[in-house]
Structure formats: structure tokens, C-alpha cells
Unconditional design. Structure first.
Length: 154
């Protein structure tokens, strides 16, 4: 019996797990944009949304000094986010300090309206771009290019 080949679009559309991952990444990107709008302008460039689960927002920063300042701003940010209907169930905010990996291993993803994702290894970003170029479903192409941090969106 010959193994069946599936296109990437088929895999992504029939796989509920991959669909959930794409939805989670989009949710975190949206939340990152909101946090950056509500956050102190001096701190926003040094923090990003790492996760949101069970009503807890996890922010990461590269510096313990910035982490300390974010902890002072935490209650004000929590109040601002809770004022938005989709985040009214937010219970708390945790701050994690995670030093930056070497520059050669990461690609900064833009924080524009088209996507505010985390850092990806350059090899992963390249593979996502290649996959996007081989897909004939524009919404999925756009999502993969945003995830890869590509400025060449279709």
C-alpha cells in the first residue's frame, strides 16, 4: 500500500490541533498589540505577550530591571485590560524574565497590525515562508507569512 500524500492546506484544514495552534498564535498577537497600546511607552518595546491561559496573562522581558518596572505597572495594566470586554475575565498578570538568545538564532517579528508574534529561529521562519509560497489558499498563505515574520505578504 502506497502512503497518501497530503498538501499542507489539507493537513492544516483537517487537523484540529494545527487549527487550534494557528488560532492561539493569532489570539496572542492580538493581545500583544493591545498590551502594547495600554502599556507604558518606555516599557512596551521591552516586553511581549508570551501566553494567556486560565485567565493568566504571561508577559516576558529580556531584563530583570524592566521586569521590576513592569511589576509596578502590573495592576494598572490589569485594570486597563479588564476594561475591554474580551479580557474582562483576566485574573492576573505574571512577568517572566528571559534573557535574549544570541542574535544569530532569532528573527524579530514586526509588531505591526499584520502580526506581533514571538521570535522564531531563522530556519523555522524560512521553512514557513517556503510552505506559504506552495499553498493556493490566500488566507493560509497570509497567516503563515505573518507567522514567519515575512514582509512580503501576498
Amino acid at each position: 500500500m502506497k502512503p497518501q500524500k497530503h498538501s499542507m492546506i489539507e493537513i492544516l484544514t483537517i487537523s484540529p490541533i494545527l487549527s487550534q495552534i494557528v488560532n492561539k498564535v493569532e489570539q496572542l498577537a492580538k493581545l500583544n498589540r493591545i498590551v502594547h497600546q495600554k502599556c507604558n511607552p518606555e516599557l512596551r518595546k521591552h516586553c511581549r505577550v508570551a501566553n494567556y491561559r486560565d485567565g493568566i496573562l504571561i508577559l516576558t522581558t529580556h531584563s530583570s530591571a524592566v521586569g521590576h518596572l513592569l511589576r509596578f505597572e502590573k495592576s494598572e495594566l490589569l485594570t486597563a485590560l479588564r476594561s475591554l470586554p474580551e479580557w474582562c475575565h483576566l485574573k492576573s498578570i505574571k512577568i517572566h524574565v528571559r534573557p535574549n538568545p544570541p542574535e544569530s538564532e532569532i528573527i524579530p517579528i514586526p509588531t505591526s497590525e499584520t502580526g506581533a508574534f514571538s521570535f522564531l529561529p531563522s530556519q523555522v521562519s524560512t521553512e514557513l515562508k517556503k510552505t506559504a509560497l506552495n499553498i493556493n489558499f490566500p488566507p493560509l498563505q497570509q497567516a503563515l507569512l505573518r507567522l514567519a515574520g515575512s514582509k512580503n505578504e501576498l
